[in-house]
Design a protein around this ligand. Structure first.
Ligand code: ADP
Length: 166
């Protein structure tokens, strides 16, 4: 398996089967990476999200990708950080595991992921990076049809945190 780090905007990755977005549980689109992916995908993505209706924290759902030049968007919902004693680590690990499971079930060999929960959801970046890398790797061992995960990190600090873990 291959895990790689990339600095910048995840929507510029045209070489994967699916882009992963850090969605909210209502799948309503929003700011941050989810806003960037919805803007690039166009209104068809939001329409598909409306039909699905929602996604639990720690779970993931898959749609088409609208105008994006990839096949799918995987929408996963990470936990909001509220001190760490509310199941956040298990939920963040679950979001990554479910993302890989959904990718495998839909024949996505290569996926691009953002730093889930590390923006407005406020997860401490160093802790999130450790969980993201470990849980993605573990899920790829269980689902070897997913051969590559590319982490797209938007700012230097997040990139450095993932780099230290890898
Ligand atoms: P969450 O609500 O799960 O915290 P955010 O979208 O607020 O999700 O932030 C998740 C991470 O995605 C943050 O590190 C943020 O800087 C980053 N991010 C924002 N826009 C993009 C983008 N276009 N490509 C990749 N990462 C992005």
């Amino acid at each position: 398996m291959t895990l790689t780090l990339h600095r910048g905007d995840i929507t510029t990755d045209t070489e994967v089967d699916a882009l992963v977005t850090a969605a909210n549980s209502g799948l309503r689109g929003g700011g941050g990476v989810d806003g960037a992916i919805h803007r690039a995908a166009g209104p068809a993505l939001l329409a598909e999200c409306r039909r699905i209706g929602g996604c639990a924290v720690g779970d993931a759902v898959i749609t088409g990708a609208g105008d994006l030049p990839v096949r799918h968007v995987i929408h996963t919902v990470g936990p909001v950080w509220s001190g760490g004693g509310h199941g956040e680590p298990a939920l963040l690990a679950s979001a990554h595991r479910r993302t890989v499971e959904v990718a495998a079930a839909h024949g996505c060999a290569r996926i691009a992921l953002p730093a889930i929960s590390c923006g407005v959801y406020g997860y401490p970046v160093e802790q999130a990076a450790a969980i993201a890398v470990a849980s993605t790797r573990e899920a790829m061992v269980a689902h070897p049809e997913v051969v590559e995960a590319r982490f797209w990190l938007f700012d230097e600090r997040t990139y450095a945190a993932f780099s230290a873990v890898l």
